[in-house]
Design a protein around this ligand. Structure first.
Ligand SMILES: N[C@@H](CCC[C@H](N)C(=O)O)C(=O)O
Length: 336
């Protein structure tokens, strides 16, 4: 028997699999098949999830493990901010330490345990970097040769400006009013840019943000490989950076920015040193279920209520109490 975990950051749900506990790590095609099966609410368990977080051993200095991110559709992402917080918690508890690095596809990132957000709501801070702006880094095409910062793109949505930031997974961001936030525009644009299209051949995570006040945002994201999510950690980080770059009167570097999302709230801090940018993302790392399953069911992408035994923790109730005391800033409901 091996143990999977169901985890979330701001209700962005994942199954976490530590491959170092297996007799035989899954091949890439087995990981793709497992992600597609277990995260699908119809074929998987526990109402599915937005992806799987794969923890592997790392041989890098001062690094406790490697994280890979497989989206619900089986594609691999270079980064996941909410996922990295939950992987950090898992590794912190496994190795009894609170400050270390985690290897990701492009960088070893600094993480640290923070004060709990509320009783039984553990929190971690994770570094989001490297930050890139060049078209080749996304990639994107037919949108000019340079960085895309606060540009009108009528072909996307007339009247809206867009900023493209890779952290290093690709994000497209627009600051919108409440009516636009509550309209169909985000779903339509997200679906369009994540199908065959002339602009983002590998797809892109699309976020709409409402400015609520000084260093305060509400962010909703349509994710590549997923669709609408309750929260996207890298999306909220990239949006915070876009906020400080394009609205310096209300969004500030090196200050705490509060970012509400349909699943709760995180804090960010955006930093710049010369031409290097990075973001600290701070939020919950919640573990809702422990799932015991025979290793062979993972290799055969067959994790179901028949093959797995599932134990719920008390952490979701504690998380809901934390969310209930947050200000109600949007009518957009949590995706079930
Ligand atoms: N939800 C994640 C991002 C997951 C990856 C994304 N779908 C992509 O393909 O880039 C987050 O919290 O950052």
């Amino acid at each position: 028997m091996v143990q999977l975990r169901k985890v979330h950051g701001s209700e962005n749900h994942f199954f976490l699999l530590d491959q170092s506990t297996l007799n035989q790590p899954l091949t890439d095609s087995e990981l793709t098949a497992l992600a597609q099966q277990v995260t699908n609410p119809k074929t998987g368990i526990l109402d599915g999830a937005d992806g799987i977080l794969v923890v592997n051993s790392s041989d890098h200095d001062n690094v406790l493990g490697q994280m890979r991110v497989i989206n619900a559709d089986g594609s691999e992402a270079s980064m996941c901010g909410n996922g990295l917080r939950t992987v950090s918690r898992y590794l912190a508890e496994k190795h009894h330490t609170n400050q270390f690095k985690v290897e990701t596809l492009t960088a070893d990132l600094q993480v640290s345990r923070q004060n709990d957000l509320a009783p039984e709501v553990p929190a971690f801070s994770v570094e989001i970097s490297p930050v890139r702006f060049k078209p080749a880094d996304f990639p994107f095409a037919n949108l000019g040769d340079g960085a895309l910062i606060d540009q009108p793109i009528p072909a996307f949505v007339p009247g809206l400006n867009f900023t493209a930031i890779a952290v290093p997974n690709p994000h497209l961001i627009s600051f919108v009013d409440e009516n636009t936030m509550n309209s169909d525009a985000l779903g339509e644009l997200g679906a369009r840019l994540n199908g065959a299209n002339d602009y983002f051949p590998d797809g892109v995570n699309v976020s709409f943000a409402q400015i609520l006040g000084q260093n305060q945002l509400f962010v909703r994201t349509y994710e590549r490989g997923v669709g609408f999510t309750n929260a996207c950690g890298t999306g909220m980080s990239a949006t915070s950076l876009a906020f400080a770059m394009t609205h310096p009167n209300v969004g500030q570097f090196d200050q705490t920015i509060t970012v509400y999302n349909p699943g709760g709230m995180v804090k960010t801090q955006v930093h710049q040193e010369g031409d290097r940018y990075w973001i600290d993302l701070i939020g919950n790392a919640t573990q809702t279920h422990l799932i015991n399953v025979d290793e062979s069911e993972l290799h055969h992408a067959n994790v179901t209520t028949e093959t797995a035994s599932i134990q719920q923790t008390t952490e979701e109730a504690a998380y809901q109490q934390f969310v209930d005391q947050l200000p109600k800033v949007s009518a957009i409901a949590v995706k079930k």
